[in-house]
Design a protein. Structure first.
Length: 257
């Protein structure tokens, strides 16, 4: 893989490496609690039903959708965590997967577009960046899946996948070739191909009367919306092999942040 390809892939993955301090410890004061200071403020649109430890232990796969994590036992949904609710998201993963590694990041550390927040990583496989302030799209976290499975706190294997069962390590050659140009983006070069493929759209920008210009033109912000690209859950590839699943991760975003 060329340096250009590595640079492109690295830019799309939440690293939060420069200037951060790693901390190994529990999240909050209990196995399913995190501190408000770490996760920041922000509205929670709905309260996720409490799931018992016994039921959570039965989870054998986690699916990354565009706007949520779905915890499954076979085809059955055990529980679901909205990406608008950082506290529930991190708490459930902590209860299921055990103690994460943790880094705290100030705004701008590692790059002008890096938000402030706390990043949790479980087993080098699941990375959740809890933002101090929810993003404009509404997400309170950003998620990256870096492996096809992770061990639970009890030692059981939990599969990790995205929409349609796509996993890290899968070959998406056919899907990339068949996808419309709006859903894929080339990140590599002629001798080292790499792609970003949108698997499921989400986080559509909301427009209301406040988006209109003074002269009542409802399309005044069209160019700005187009600059944001199409958001949702995406796969990053080395050639056509999946290396990362992530959400939110827009394709064809023209704005720098």
């Amino acid at each position: 893989m060329t340096f250009r390809t590595v640079l492109a892939l690295s830019a799309a993955v939440l690293a939060f490496s420069a200037g951060t301090v790693a901390v190994d410890g529990t999240v909050g004061t209990g196995t399913d609690r995190v501190t408000a200071a770490e996760l920041g403020p922000g509205p929670v649109p709905h309260e996720t039903p409490r799931v018992t430890t016994a039921k959570l232990k039965r989870v054998d796969s986690i699916e990354l959708d565009a706007e949520s994590l779905v915890f499954r036992r076979g085809d059955k949904i055990v529980t679901e965590a909205s990406m608008r609710d950082a506290r529930t998201m991190v708490g459930l993963l902590n209860r299921l997967l055990g103690t994460p590694s943790r880094t705290q990041t100030a705004e701008g550390v590692g790059g002008a577009c890096f938000p402030s927040g706390t990043t949790y990583t479980w087993g080098g496989a699941v990375r959740v960046a809890a933002l101090t302030t929810p993003a404009a799209a509404g997400n309170a976290v950003e998620i990256r899946v870096l492996r096809d499975s992770v061990r639970s706190r009890t030692g059981d294997e939990v599969e990790l996948h995205g929409p349609g069962g796509v996993q890290v390590g899968d070959d998406l050659r056919t899907a990339i070739e068949d996808a419309p140009s709006t859903d894929r983006m080339s990140l590599g070069s002629d001798d080292a191909r790499a792609y970003q493929l949108l698997l499921e759209p989400g986080w559509a920008p909301e427009h209301d009367e406040s988006d209109r210009s003074d002269d009542g033109d409802a399309d005044a912000d069209t160019d700005t919306a187009a600059d944001l690209g199409t958001n949702g859950v995406s796969a990053l590839t080395d050639d056509t092999t999946v290396t990362v699943l992530g959400s939110p991760m827009p394709v064809h975003a023209k704005r720098s942040c």
